[in-house]
Design a protein around this ligand. Structure first.
Ligand code: ASP
Length: 285
């Protein structure tokens, strides 16, 4: 039954990336949001829309997720991703995977499987094989141009959607931080930190993962929102808290249960796109 006007928001990562790529990254966010929107408009679930929108961003080498992910200190790709259904609190996440083209898809498989919430490293790869998710040579995910452009920059991707039945879902996917140690896991696959949804709303964060983890940013944001503030004010409050408590910089996107959208960043840029109706497309940096 249709009870809600669907809405979707995506982000392309908080950071200070080169100005000349901004319009392309905004376009990439718009394409991803529209893919998700089409799914919502057909009456399908927010979870489906989030997965497909994030896959589009992972496949775009301009973003630090999937193909085009940043490299660790040994020049390797190690990616994290999580997806969560706010209505059921079902969630799936993967950490430090290196041979998966779309980590968000593998995270969705973990969610559907239901035995665990977070799988890491070789265990996640074994689960991928058992689930029929193909593995690729890790070099195929490294894009030289993108790597050079993105060195030391953030560019995680994330998406929150509200479907026609009032369900909220969130997904976040990242190559993590440039030059990180092998095995480092950021905030993105940790529920409550970089990714969280419940029946009040959904939040996807981006920025310095070590700082975001310390303030449990996604869940803290929803707690602020439940205490009564508009998602836009809530987003600003959460980003201010991150800076005040840790000195860390970042950003986040939110949708609440009524379809109200919020976003904020303390970095110079965070491309976002919101689609809330046919032709109702809003982008910002
Ligand atoms: N939060 C991500 C991490 O620390 C990075 C990012 O948002 O760009 O892994």
């Amino acid at each position: 039954m249709r009870t809600h006007h669907p809405v979707i928001i995506v982000h392309g990562g908080a950071g200070h990336p080169p100005e000349e790529t901004l319009s392309k990254r905004l376009k990439g966010c718009e394409q991803a949001a529209l893919i998700g929107w089409e799914i919502l408009q057909k009456g399908k679930s927010a979870l489906e829309a989030v997965e497909m929108a994030v896959i589009e961003l992972e496949d775009n080498p301009l973003f630090n997720a999937g193909t085009g992910s940043t490299l660790n200190v040994h020049g390797q790709v190690e990616m994290d991703a999580a997806i969560m259904d706010g209505r059921t609190l079902k969630a799936g996440a993967v950490a430090t995977v290196s041979r998966i083209r779309n980590p968000i898809h593998l995270a969705r498989k973990v969610l559907e499987d239901g035995r665990h919430v977070l799988l890491g490293g070789e265990g996640a790869h074994r689960f991928a094989r058992q689930s029929g998710v193909p593995e690729y040579p890790p070099e195929s995910l490294i894009v030289e141009d993108a790597r050079r452009r993105w060195e030391k920059q953030h560019g995680t991707v994330g998406c929150v959607a509200l479907d026609q039945a009032g369900g909220i879902a969130v997904g976040t996917s990242t190559g993590g931080l440039f030059d990180k140690l092998p095995g480092r896991i950021g905030d993105s696959p940790l529920l409550g930190c970089g990714t969280y949804a419940d029946d009040s709303g959904g939040v996807s964060c981006t920025g310095n993962g070590e700082a975001i983890i310390r303030v449990v940013m996604a869940k803290t944001t929803l707690d602020f929102m439940r205490a009564g503030s508009h998602p836009m004010d809530t987003a600003k409050k959460a980003v201010a808290l991150l800076e005040e408590k840790t000195g860390g910089k970042g950003g986040l996107i939110i949708i609440d249960k009524n379809g109200k959208v919020g976003y904020a960043r303390s970095t110079s840029e965070m491309p976002i796109c919101v689609v809330s109706g046919p032709g109702k497309i809003f982008t910002d940096r």
